[in-house]
Design a protein around this ligand. Structure first.
Ligand code: FA5
Length: 344
């Protein structure tokens, strides 16, 4: 039995020495020390030994078990250490690789255009005014000389919420609201940016929701020439000193006279091309002198006060400025489009 135990020990130590991975090592632990392991099997035959031999063999078996256990533990520690080394080698981080840049947002192109226009007008003494997007029929139409049933209401197809409430179709109601607050005393000098809504069918140049910027200047002795000078400054500020403007007669119920402002075409320098439809001019905004009825309804004496107003679409301005061919790009929010115009 002694020889058997010795040979188990030698065989076990050799196999432990040669083993290459933890799984095989675990198998050896079971093979030699498990419940059905080789040492246990040998010890089962102890009953056949004499009284004197039993403690000697017992002691030897224990020593061998300890030696095998120690060899197994040592080997396991060595294998674990090697596995860790290997893992560290494989997972080494190359700190010299460039990192992933954080995605930083910027303001939307439309906001940039609106901010630029606000900057110009505030530098000329205008204040920025705002009004509600859900507007009353009174401010959106009636206070602007468009009583119920007026045919010109059809110029702006509307989203009604109730009989008396609608999504505002333009920023002009802010004119009437602000004049009311001034209780008949000028000057009123405001610029009003904001969202507006119309039942227009979306296409390359129309959107059912878009932005407008309204301007209003009411004081004593405000004349058409003041409007023309202001619009000329706006056109040159937005598109460059070499651009000219022209005013064409138009019609808005809230201005008299009313004009449409065109800007000279940059593409052809006025010669005529496909961008300006061979006219040499591109339509930019609507404007005019505030109708006396509008002044009176807002509590201003139209004998003493006069004023001019204008309204433009920042989308159309941005399209002209940057050669954007479809208004829907502003609202579909494709990052590839937006990124081209990032501003902080
Ligand atoms: C008006 O809305 C007037 N309130 C402007 C005004 C103000 C005139 C003060 C006189 C005095 P109009 O419907 O033309 O006018 O619209 C003004 C601008 O809004 C247009 O020149 C255009 O740039 C823009 N616009 C109009 N409809 C749309 C649309 N569906 N999508 C995008 N932009 C539009």
């Amino acid at each position: 039995m002694k020889e058997r135990l010795q040979s188990i020990k030698e065989e076990a130590l050799q196999q432990i020495d040669e083993v290459k991975d933890s799984k095989a090592l675990q198998d050896l632990r079971v093979k030699y020390l498990g419940k059905k392991g080789q040492i246990t099997e040998v010890l089962k035959g102890m009953g056949k030994l004499s009284k004197e031999e039993r403690p000697v063999i017992g002691q030897l078996a224990n020593d061998i078990r300890d030696a095998i256990t120690e060899a197994l533990d040592t080997k396991q520690a060595t294998l674990e250490e090697a596995a860790l080394e290997q893992q560290l080698k494989e997972e080494t981080i190359d700190v010299t690789l460039p990192g992933k840049p954080a995605q930083v947002g910027g303001s939307h192109l439309l906001m940039g255009v609106i901010r630029d226009i606000e900057d110009l007008f505030t530098s000329m003494g205008y204040e920025v005014a705002e009004g509600p997007e859900v507007e009353t029929d009174y401010y959106n139409f009636e206070a602007l000389n468009l009583p119920k049933g007026h045919p010109a209401r059809d110029m702006q197809d509307s989203f009604y919420i109730t009989e008396e409430l609608l999504m505002r179709t333009h920023t002009s109601p802010v004119q009437a609201r602000t004049m009311n607050q001034h209780e008949g005393r000028g000057p009123v000098k405001i610029i009003c940016p904001g969202k507006v809504y119309r039942r227009d069918t979306d296409d390359a140049t129309h959107s059912h929701q878009f932005t407008q910027i309204e301007g209003l200047y009411v004081d004593e002795n405000i004349r058409m020439s003041d409007l023309k000078g202001t619009l000329n400054a706006l056109a040159k500020y937005l598109f460059g000193e070499d651009r000219d403007i022209r005013l064409r007669p138009s019609y808005f119920p809230f201005t008299e006279p009313s004009v449409e402002m065109d800007i000279s075409c940059k593409m052809c320098g006025g010669e005529g091309c496909s961008v300006c439809k061979q006219t040499g001019w591109i339509e930019m905004l609507g404007a005019g002198l505030v109708h006396p009825n509008v002044l009176e309804m807002a509590g201003f004496d139209s004998e003493r006060y006069s004023g001019f107003a204008f309204g433009m679409g920042p989308e159309r301005i941005a399209m002209l400025k940057h050669g954007i061919e479809d208004i829907r790009h502003f609202y579909t929010n494709d990052v590839r489009f937006l990124k081209q115009f990032h501003r902080v």
